[in-house]
Design a protein around this ligand. Structure first.
Ligand SMILES: [Zn+2]
Length: 300
């Protein structure tokens, strides 16, 4: 099924897709917020905008995950548009091998360098700060780190806030339980920041746009807290990452394919680091492994 352009408010539009794409139009042309899953999304975006007589001037990427930058290369080659991203995300966008290498934690074998984890590279023309006015546009960057290193939200003058992956929809949380997080402490702060943010319409990248995100924030935070308590209970005695993953997959009925394994094991490592830094877990090096144990059980 083809993608469609839908007006949200004023000059702000959405192209609803597995990864939503924001469209902001002014007299200079179109600014895209993310570019879709892949080349095909890029092709359809260009076609839709051409029907309107609109020209793409810039893509702003909320972050560098392949499903948000997949159309970058195709669109940039055809429109010669600028691409703006924050510094750390820009490094991944220009060097997509970093994504599977980071997730795997070593040289990624060919099974991991697939299109879900590795987009085609595109040229970043502008590195932008993660907060404040974006370049010479009327758009504003809002820092939303946590899901990825230096993710941003983008707010348009029509008071529409594109959230990237700062909030996952109920459907995804209930089905998968595990959402990818790089930095849990930042993610929890981001959820707090979102509670205080005002906008007419919020657009999560993988969900339906909404006027009120309070319930979604609670749902996202509750799932993180639930997973924390499951991990802590799995670490009642010294436990390896392997056993923690096994316990979680039993509890949540998870089945791992290559991509799921990389995303979930990386996220669990981030949970472990978060709990370690909070003093809730201790880490031990044994002869051949690292084990994790809930701190209160050690001191009695
Ligand atoms: Zn995403």
């Amino acid at each position: 099924m083809g993608l469609e352009l839908q007006k949200i408010s004023g000059n702000t539009y959405i192209i609803s897709a597995p990864t939503n794409i924001g469209v902001y139009v002014n007299n200079q042309g179109v600014i895209l917020i993310d570019s879709g899953n892949d080349k095909e999304a890029g092709r359809q975006i260009i076609k839709l905008l051409k029907e309107k007589g609109w020209e793409i001037k810039m893509i702003i990427n909320t972050h560098s995950n392949a499903d948000h930058i997949g159309g970058n290369n195709y669109i940039q080659r055809r429109s010669n548009c600028r691409i703006a991203a924050t510094q750390l995300e820009a490094a991944f966008i220009q060097n997509p091998i970093f994504e599977p290498a980071f997730l795997w934690g070593g040289f990624p074998c060919s099974t991991f360098t697939n299109k879900f984890l590795m987009a085609t590279p595109a040229k970043i023309t502008d590195i932008i700060p993660s907060s404040g006015k974006i370049l010479d546009t009327d758009l504003e960057a809002i820092p939303l780190p946590g899901h990825f290193f230096e993710m941003i939200g983008v707010k348009t003058p029509d008071n529409v806030l594109f959230l990237g992956d700062a909030l996952f929809p109920e459907r995804i949380i209930h089905k998968y339980h595990f959402c990818f997080f790089y930095d849990l402490a930042s993610q929890l702060q981001t959820l707090e920041r979102l509670e205080a943010l005002e906008a007419e319409v919020f657009v999560p990248s993988h969900g339906i746009m909404t006027k009120d995100i309070k319930n979604l924030i609670t749902l996202n935070r509750d799932k993180i807290k639930e997973i924390i308590s499951v991990i802590l209970s799995l670490c009642a005695k010294p436990t390896t990452l392997h056993l923690i993953l096994e316990g979680l997959s039993k509890k949540y009925n998870l089945t791992f394919d290559a991509n799921q394994y990389l995303l979930i094991s990386s996220t669990v490592k981030s949970y472990l680091a978060y709990l370690y830094e909070k003093g809730e877990l201790e880490m031990f090096f044994s002869a051949s492994n690292i084990t994790w144990q809930k701190r209160s059980n050690i001191k009695g």
